[in-house]
Design a binder for this molecule. Structure first.
Ligand SMILES: Cc1cc2nc3c(=O)[nH]c(=O)nc-3n(C[C@H](O)[C@H](O)[C@H](O)COP(=O)(O)OP(=O)(O)OC[C@H]3O[C@@H](n4cnc5c(N)ncnc54)[C@H](O)[C@@H]3O)c2cc1C
Length: 382
């Protein structure tokens, strides 16, 4: 029951970090509460830069075999139907991919297994094992698993970090997201379409099997007012956007609705205490309209693995946490700040409309904003 590194959560952050480490001979335990494949609430827009990660992780063939849709552009629609287009090529890779999380996460988990990672599926981590300020592993049901380093990759749930701070479930949810797979939409076949409407926004694009994925965010207040029924919210609010009214007019559900709630965006501490690192959404949750949450999951998983490998022959756990935190801040803080600024417009249709008009006027400005939501070095002064 003793490992070099224990990772809680097998989303893109957890599985990719596990693959990087196991391939260098590190003994990794990966604990995942669900049995895979499983559906997951997400826009399922895999940003073009992720393909570099797929290559490094050795999963390009398996991803391609699943038949993803090539998404060559993202089109942002104001509620009145004005739009602005961002070509996928601006993200510095080929097309983005439309692929379900059920497939993508399953491919990554099986690859981790192939690389020698010990996997516990259908097993929920309940809390960290603590000794004073140190984390020494995790508890799964009655069982203890120990390692000098533990990684919280449980997504927005941040199970280990919350338990550490006795932070039960944070404050009341301010936002709710819904997702469903649909047939008979009229979304442009190779585009990811983003719709703004009062107090929220949503995305529609095609994934494998010619199915469309609709994923949208709305204030918890509005959901309550609409009887917490996603179908009613879609018809009454999302379809207030003229383009969404057209693309979703004849849509038929092809899956169950999924929902999730949360109270905040932004960064937490990447190394909350000695012996514990946080990666992916557990470290920071970036606004979904940037389409870069999975990219940040891969990037932070890779960064954590690099720092751990740099110190693998020394028992310098403190140095691992400090270095990871410093490098994390350097790499991600600028884009998190820019996304935070853009968020102010995303939930207000008039501001979103104005933003779309300004972006339509200047390709240079548009390109700079897009790159500022990704790159570490580009600070964008608004
Ligand atoms: C509405 C919405 C739309 C989005 N759309 C996009 C998009 O189109 N493109 C994009 O790139 N990003 C998108 N994102 C963001 C993206 O989904 C996340 O950034 C990404 O999933 C983060 O990966 P992760 O591995 O950190 O966490 P997750 O993918 O959340 O994985 C965490 C894993 O931990 C497991 N887990 C949780 N608790 C426990 C426990 N106690 N024990 C064991 N395992 C546990 C979960 O089952 C899960 O498998 C969207 C997010 C939202 C909310």
């Amino acid at each position: 029951m003793t490992f070099d590194v224990i990772i809680a959560g097998a989303g893109p952050a957890g599985s990719s970090a596990a693959i990087h480490l196991a391939r260098k001979g590190v003994r990794v335990l990966l604990v995942e509460q669900k049995k895979f494949p499983r559906p997951k609430l997400c826009g399922e827009f895999i940003s073009p830069e992720c393909q570099r990660h797929f290559q490094n992780l050795g999963v390009v063939q398996a991803m391609t075999a699943a038949g993803p849709t090539a998404l060559v552009e993202t089109v942002f629609y104001s509620s009145r139907g004005h739009h602005v287009t961002i070509p996928s090529s601006w993200f510095g890779g080929p097309a983005a991919l439309g692929l379900s999380r059920a497939v993508m996460d399953e491919v990554l988990l099986r690859r981790a297994q192939e690389c020698g990672v010990t996997i516990l599926e259908g097993a929920s981590v309940s809390e960290p094992i603590r000794e004073q300020n140190d984390v020494l592993g995790v508890r799964v049901r009655e069982q203890e698993y120990r390692a000098p380093l533990t990684i919280d990759a449980t997504g927005r749930a941040r199970i280990l970090t919350r338990k550490l701070n006795d932070d039960a479930r944070g404050s009341r949810a301010k936002l709710i997201a819904f997702k469903v797979h649909l047939r008979n939409t009229r979304v442009a076949p190779h585009a990811c379409e983003i719709y703004f409407y009062p107090e929220g926004y949503g995305g529609l694009s095609t994934i494998e099997g010619e199915v469309s994925n609709l994923c949208f965010i709305i204030s918890a207040e509005q959901v309550k007012r609409h009887h917490s029924d996603p179908e009613i919210v879609m018809r009454e609010l999302v379809m207030k956007n003229q383009r969404a009214a057209y693309t979703l007019a004849h849509a038929q559900p092809a899956s169950e609705w999924l929902s999730a709630s949360w109270e905040r965006f932004g960064r937490q501490r990447p190394s909350p205490t000695r012996g514990l690192l946080a990666i992916g959404d557990s470290a920071a949750f970036i606004d979904p309209f940037t389409g870069s949450g999975m990219l940040m999951a891969f990037e932070s998983g890779e960064l954590a693995a690099h720092v751990i490998l740099r110190h693998r022959d020394t028992p310098a756990i403190t140095a691992v946490g400090a270095e990871y935190e410093a490098e994390y801040v350097r790499k991600f803080d600028s884009r998190l700040r820019i996304s935070g600024l853009l968020r102010r417009a995303a939930f207000k249709p008039r501001l979103a409309g104005l933003g779309i008009a300004i972006c339509s006027a200047s390709e240079r400005f548009r390109n700079r904003i897009v790159r500022a939501t990704r790159s570490p070095g580009l600070s964008f002064k608004l």
